[in-house]
Ligand binder design. Structure first.
Ligand code: PLP
Length: 383
């Protein structure tokens, strides 16, 4: 068996050592219901609130502003459905994750009008475009912080200034930003911000929505009075503990790890572009998260490259994980103005804590070999 080198951290991350050390005892010992008044329940409550404090600290928020829930998809849905009402207007972008776009389409069916902004060729939407799309009935603007496919970071603080001036709430999907770059919700000026634990070395199935104090949000799941009546359901305390530990690690290490990953990412891009002809980095001219590289290999089918690299022991992705297997080219790259063929020829490499220079160099070699082979055998047009 060849070594497995994992370069798909934007799809999900493995559990880190410190998260495992927090999670395993919590699974064994913290079994009380955090709503019970006996000591087992109170122990669980304490752990839950400790985790909430850690997540809040990672985002520069207060614990009361953090709603713990099942992950990024639920956070995005709660933000969108919790604010928009029939007859109102929502502004979002054509490059959002399916969690936001799916919610937006459903809102349209419920009588909400939605504008989808197009990014520039570099991959970002401008605050001016948001300003021009505003209407008197606009209730919400939702623009992601960092894109899952290209890593392009949106000018959220500038968009927030436009929204504040107009008295419109701003939600940002921060699932690919939190943990990769330092995030402070107050400095960004957002009202709602989604994060997901499994993108930061913690388990799947837990995440959070930051809801700025004073923002009134219609819950979407009804039942008990959990999470300050914003999200009913018995809390998943062990996963929250793991999420909290991951958030704590990020508070102490995000800058240092971002610098390490940016150097590795640059090494990867320089290596690939210099040894494989006709390659281009998508979104190269924009600010990007340090771990993400999306590269177009002219004349190569992205899916074929993913399979060829998998056979050589490297896990990478073409487009977002949710659309892998689907034949449609990436909606993100199309929105950025790439042709369907360019979009289908693009591959995403997303680095993380387990990667080092030796792995990156091995990946460059494997990419060069795979691209050479695929171009030789392919009937795929080089046009
Ligand atoms: N938003 C973005 C930008 C994502 O990349 C993802 C996951 O890939 C999600 C939302 C969904 O998060 P989750 O998998 O926690 O539901």
């Amino acid at each position: 068996m060849q070594p497995r080198y994992y370069f798909d951290h934007n799809a999900t991350t493995p559990l880190s050592g410190e998260v495992m050390q927090a999670l395993v005892p919590a699974l064994q010992e913290v079994y009380g219901n955090a709503s019970s008044i006996h000591q087992c329940g109170q122990a669980a409550r304490q752990k839950l609130e400790g985790a909430r404090r850690q997540v809040a600290a990672m985002l520069g928020a207060t614990p009361k502003e953090i709603v713990l829930l099942s992950g990024g998809t639920e956070a995005d849905n709660l933000a969108m459905f919790g604010i928009a009402r029939p007859g109102s207007h929502v502004i979002t972008t054509g490059i959002e994750h399916a969690a936001v776009l799916g919610a937006a389409r459903r809102l349209e069916q419920r009588g909400v009008s939605v504008s989808y902004l197009k990014p520039s060729r570099a991959g970002f939407v401008s605050p001016q475009d948001v300003r021009e799309a505003l209407r008197p009935e606009t209730a919400l603007v939702s623009v992601m912080h960092a894109n899952n496919e290209t890593g392009v970071v949106q000018p959220i603080a500038g968009i927030a200034a436009v929204c504040r001036e107009a008295g419109v709430l701003l939600h940002s999907d921060g699932v690919q930003a939190a943990g990769r770059i330092a995030v402070n919700v107050r400095a960004l000026g957002v009202d709602l911000y989604s994060v997901s634990a499994h993108k930061m070395y913690a388990p799947k199935g837990i995440g959070a929505l930051y809801v700025r104090s004073g923002v009134s949000l219609e819950p979407q799941i009804f039942g008990g009075r959990h999470e300050r009546e914003r999200r009913a359901g018995t809390e998943n305390v062990p996963s929250a503990v793991a999420f909290g530990r991951a958030a704590e690690w990020i508070c102490g290490h995000v800058g240092e790890e971002a610098a390490r990953l940016a150097a590795l990412r640059d090494r990867l891009e320089r290596g690939i572009v210099s040894v494989v002809s006709d390659t281009r980095v998508n979104g190269a001219n924009a600010e990007r998260t340090p771990n993400t590289s999306n590269i177009c290999f002219t004349g190569v089918e992205g899916e074929a490259m993913v399979i060829a690299l998998d056979l050589r022991g490297f896990a990478v992705s073409s487009g977002s994980a949710c659309s892998s297997g689907a034949v449609e080219p990436s909606h993100v790259l199309l929105a950025m103005g790439l042709s369907p063929q360019e979009a289908r020829s693009s591959v995403r490499f997303s680095l993380g804590r387990g990667n080092d220079e030796a792995q990156v160099d091995a990946l460059i070699e494997a990419v060069a070999a795979a691209a050479g082979h695929l171009r030789r055998v392919s009937t795929y047009s080089h046009a």
